[in-house]
Design a protein around this ligand. Structure first.
Ligand SMILES: *Cc1c(COP(=O)(O)O)cnc(C)c1O
Length: 364
């Protein structure tokens, strides 16, 4: 008996290349796109290790936990790292990036996270990229949590290395990911003696063994099921329209922020300004002596289907993350989250909770 997940014909090089081309269209780029056979951490780390070395001066923007990780990799590569950290309830500004360049004109690499699902903020990449381009530095962007939730314009913004994963707003698989690489970024890697080669982390291997050969022979067996899932989610986005997918995420975020304010009970949007709040996920601050992890545990007991998690690490006590992305990017899911959070607050004896008011505001 054949099985739908097994006994598949091999994934051809042509089909693999066609998926890369679809990702390129999604990102608005003519740069090379490499689909890496692992979760997004693989191209995120591979791109940094490919570009950075002892001669690199990197401006590392920290607006959440990923920025911290990138700084660690950069230092491990021997780069001089200038960390620009902003409080997690806000976003970085182009002015702060410009000031960093004025203080350190030798900066030649900028690492930036577009949107962070973990902190719920989004950074103004269009404005920041202008500053980076003026200064001629390479721009490395983690767009895992922004792609399909808000515009990502690789060529218009001049992003040299743009990493995406399918598992957030694209509603796709987590096991493969992609990076677009500009000519300048390839040149930087080729000139870097420490760039990984003959390594799973190596982007140069993909360039030499796949792209430069005309993408006719895959260097190794691809993660076939993940590739089919990525292809399917790209197809679904194209059918529905990228604008409609992004609009659904924006509507969910707007509804969640308004709903949280109406719900009361000490909850409020974690990111103060709506324009700095990521459409992919809304973070909620919990006050009044309530522990966010306990609140989430109760809310999930009320409605097991709601995409609520407590913040990671030190944020676990004070932050609830509402992951209204992918299939959950809708006002109905937001309404259910608010009802579950309201019931959980009431169970914990918190006063001033207005579930009906919150539901009315979101219109679900
Ligand atoms: C979600 C996310 C990733 C990928 O991390 P997972 O936890 O494996 O999903 C990478 N970068 C950012 C900014 C993210 O939000």
């Amino acid at each position: 008996m054949t099985h739908p997940l097994l006994d598949l014909p091999p994934l051809t090089a042509a089909r693999f290349a066609a998926v890369e081309d679809r990702v390129a269209r999604l990102l608005g780029t003519r740069n090379d796109v490499v689909i890496m056979q692992g979760e997004a951490l693989l191209p995120l780390e591979g791109a940094i290790r490919g570009c950075a070395g002892p001669g690199t001066t990197a401006l590392n923007v920290i607006t959440g936990p990923y920025g911290q990780t990138f700084g660690d990799w950069l230092r491990d590569c021997g780069a001089t790292v200038i960390d620009l950290a902003v409080p997690f309830h806000t976003a970085v500004t182009a002015e702060r990036v410009r000031a960093a360049f004025e203080e350190h004109p030798e900066i030649d690499f900028v690492s930036l996270v577009h949107a962070e699902a973990a902190t719920g903020n989004t950074n103004p990449v269009a404005e920041i990229s202008e500053v980076v381009r003026e200064r001629g530095a390479l721009l490395y962007l983690d767009a895992v949590a922004s792609v399909a939730a808000e515009p990502v314009r690789v060529d218009a913004w001049g992003v040299d290395l743009c990493v995406i994963g399918g598992q957030k707003a694209m509603g796709g698989p987590a096991g493969v990911s992609a990076v677009s690489v500009s000519e300048r970024a390839w040149a930087r890697m080729a000139a870097n003696p420490r760039a990984p080669r003959r390594s799973y982390l190596s982007l140069l291997d993909w360039k030499e063994r796949w792209i430069d050969g005309g993408r006719v022979a895959l260097p190794h067996a691809p993660a076939q099921l993940e590739m089919l899932a990525l292809e399917a989610c790209l197809e679904r986005i194209e059918e529905r329209g990228l604008d409609a997918v992004m609009a659904a995420h924006a509507a969910a975020a707007t509804a969640m922020r308004a709903g949280v304010r109406a719900l009361g009970g000490g909850l409020e949007p974690y990111v103060y300004e709506a324009r700095e709040a990521a459409p992919v996920a809304t973070t909620v601050r919990v006050r009044g002596g309530v522990d966010a992890s306990a609140l989430v545990a109760r809310a999930v007991a009320v409605d097991a289907g709601v995409p609520l998690v407590a913040g990671g690490g030190v944020l676990a006590r004070e932050m609830v993350r509402v992951n209204h992305y992918g299939a959950d990017a809708g006002v109905e899911v937001v309404r259910r989250c608010l009802v579950a959070l309201g019931a959980a607050l009431e169970e914990l004896g918190v006063g001033g909770v207005d579930v009906e008011g919150a539901v009315r505001v979101v219109g679900g």
